[in-house]
Design a binder for this molecule. Structure first.
Ligand SMILES: *Cc1c(COP(=O)(O)O)cnc(C)c1O
Length: 504
């Protein structure tokens, strides 16, 4: 362990901006003398008198950005147990495949006969996701999970509308849900009905029963939910919603717990988004390209967005099949420009699935669940775990101690001094001072032990030296941020020279 206990290690590195590094006349490139005739400049009113760009040599720019990049923390740096986000290691072979020239340099408007390889990959991806999830159809278009939710809810609305069932306006959403669920529903103008969780972290069946009627569009359920709990009454929940004519939406963000073990389609779900950037190792964070394909049951296949990739001419031993874009009968239409996040999302996830195969995918989920349960068992005596039963791929504990003013935020910040990325905090909302920990399958026992040791040590510090936690982090280039001020008084551009006149 590093010297994290020293509260005086308050390193405050202040990096000069690229403008402060600038020196008039410094150059990153040297242009050859012009060997073409010069022409007149555009008229004066179209010209700027001044363009305050920094002047630096290439090496200065590289060093500046390299330094800034080192302030970052990533899954390639260390443990990143950000609950519900599945920050697993991203195998580097994904980077090789998505940069193969045949994928990298395709233009989305190329003639169909020149992109048969890309279409084959997309077709197979649709098939694999169907097989993994137990659904009848899959669209690869949505840009990320939340976009997949919106796509799924649009299909649910289209389904009811096609049956002339127009009084359905209510969506049932458990109180453990991710904020994107009610947001997606709100975008369609539906009303969210919150269903509480019971004391074991399952959907409260009595409350669900009371809410089920013929005005229900359906239910959006994350299973395992954001407490990391697999709903013990899942079949009853699905049946109750279906008995009142509703559709079941599965939030698939937690699919990393289920691969090769349970298929949401088999459980009776009608629609679910995948987060390829969580479950299938596409890098994310920092705005990454996400990818949120959506799978649907038989009832919804005709409503899938268009286009899908289909086989329009079967192949045989000699010839490959002919792929083309196809449009489902009652399609809700296009959800994304061109064909989703092809290289950054689909090719990487395809590589990952191909590399692991069915048995490997099952291993992934089993190790993810084992790792979470191991950590939960190691921390149970130190931290309160309000829903304390066998968890799936993640668990949630309380970041507070009796008789202490230490909060989850202090613990999260202090973990940074031990070189760990903090867990998700203050979510789900139904746990006080929540710390939501998802280790993923890619961490070994040594890492899990170091992390558990750090959290146990921090619990001791909370008693003996609480100021150490209040002031954390101490070893990062910047200390405790004023997060409220940062959100309220957002400064997006801090690099313009003081005398710069934007009206020029
Ligand atoms: C991440 C997440 C989402 C949203 O997915 P994005 O890809 O971030 O849009 C929805 N629900 C849960 C439970 C999640 O963890």
């Amino acid at each position: 362990m590093n010297n994290a206990a020293s509260a005086t290690l308050s390193a405050k590195i202040v990096e000069p901006t690229i403008f402060e590094l600038s020196s008039p006349g410094r150059r990153g490139v040297k242009m050859p003398a012009s060997d073409v005739p010069t022409t007149a400049l555009p008229p004066n009113h179209l010209l700027r008198s001044d363009l305050p760009l920094p002047e630096l040599a290439e090496v200065d720019v590289v060093r500046h950005y390299m330094k800034l990049s080192k302030f970052n923390y990533s899954v390639d740096d260390g443990f990143y147990p950000l609950g519900s986000c599945t920050m697993k290691y991203n195998p580097k072979i994904n980077e090789d495949t998505c940069r193969l020239p045949g994928f990298l340099f395709t233009h989305p408007l190329q003639p169909i006969e020149t992109v048969q390889g890309n279409l084959a990959l997309m077709f197979e991806m649709q098939e694999w996701l169907k097989e993994i999830s137990g659904f009848e159809g899959v669209t690869l278009q949505p840009a990320a999970g939340a976009h997949g939710e919106f796509t799924g809810v649009l299909m649910m609305a289209a389904y009811h509308k096609s049956r002339g069932d127009l009084k359905r306006t209510k969506m049932l959403i458990p109180d453990a849900a991710h904020g994107t669920n009610p947001a997606s529903v709100g975008m369609l103008g539906f009303t969210v009905i919150t269903i509480p969780s019971d004391s074991r972290g399952n959907v409260d069946l009595e409350k669900l029963k009371a809410a089920c009627d013929d005005t229900v569009v359906g239910m959006m359920l994350t299973n395992p939910n954001t407490l990391g709990m697999f709903d013990e009454n899942i079949e009853k929940v699905v049946n109750m919603v279906k008995d009142c004519g509703g559709l079941m939406y599965g939030d698939g963000a937690n699919l990393n717990a289920l691969l090769g073990i349970v298929r949401p389609g088999d459980l009776g779900f009608d629609v679910m988004h995948f987060n390829l950037h969580k479950t299938f190792s596409v890098p994310h964070g920092g705005g990454g390209p996400g990818s949120g394909p959506v799978g649907v049951s038989q009832r919804l296949v005709d409503f899938l967005p268009s286009p899908l990739v289909g086989i329009v001419e079967e192949g045989d031993d000699e010839t490959a099949p002919l792929y083309d874009f196809v449009t489902p009968k009652n399609s809700i239409g296009r959800m994304k420009a061109f064909h989703g996040h092809f290289g950054g999302g689909l090719v990487r996830a395809y590589t990952y699935i191909a590399m692991h195969g069915p048995d490997g995918l099952k291993d992934i989920s089993q190790y993810a669940v084992l790792n979470a349960n191991y950590l939960q068992a190691r921390l149970r005596d130190t931290y309160k775990i309000p829903y304390d039963r066998i968890c799936m791929h993640e668990f949630v504990m309380e970041g507070q101690f009796e008789g202490s003013d230490i909060r989850a935020l202090d613990i999260a910040k202090r973990l940074m001094d031990y070189n760990f990325h903090p867990p998700t905090n203050y979510f789900p909302l139904i746990v006080h001072e929540a710390l939501m920990i998802e280790p993923t399958e890619t961490e070994n026992k040594d890492t899990l032990d170091r992390f558990a040791d750090a959290l146990i040590k921090i619990a001791e510090e909370a008693k003996s030296q609480p100021e150490l936690l209040h002031d954390a982090p101490h070893i990062t280039p910047f200390g405790r941020m004023d997060e409220v001020k940062a959100a309220r008084e957002l400064v997006l551009c801090c690099w313009l020279p003081e005398n710069y006149d934007a009206s020029q």
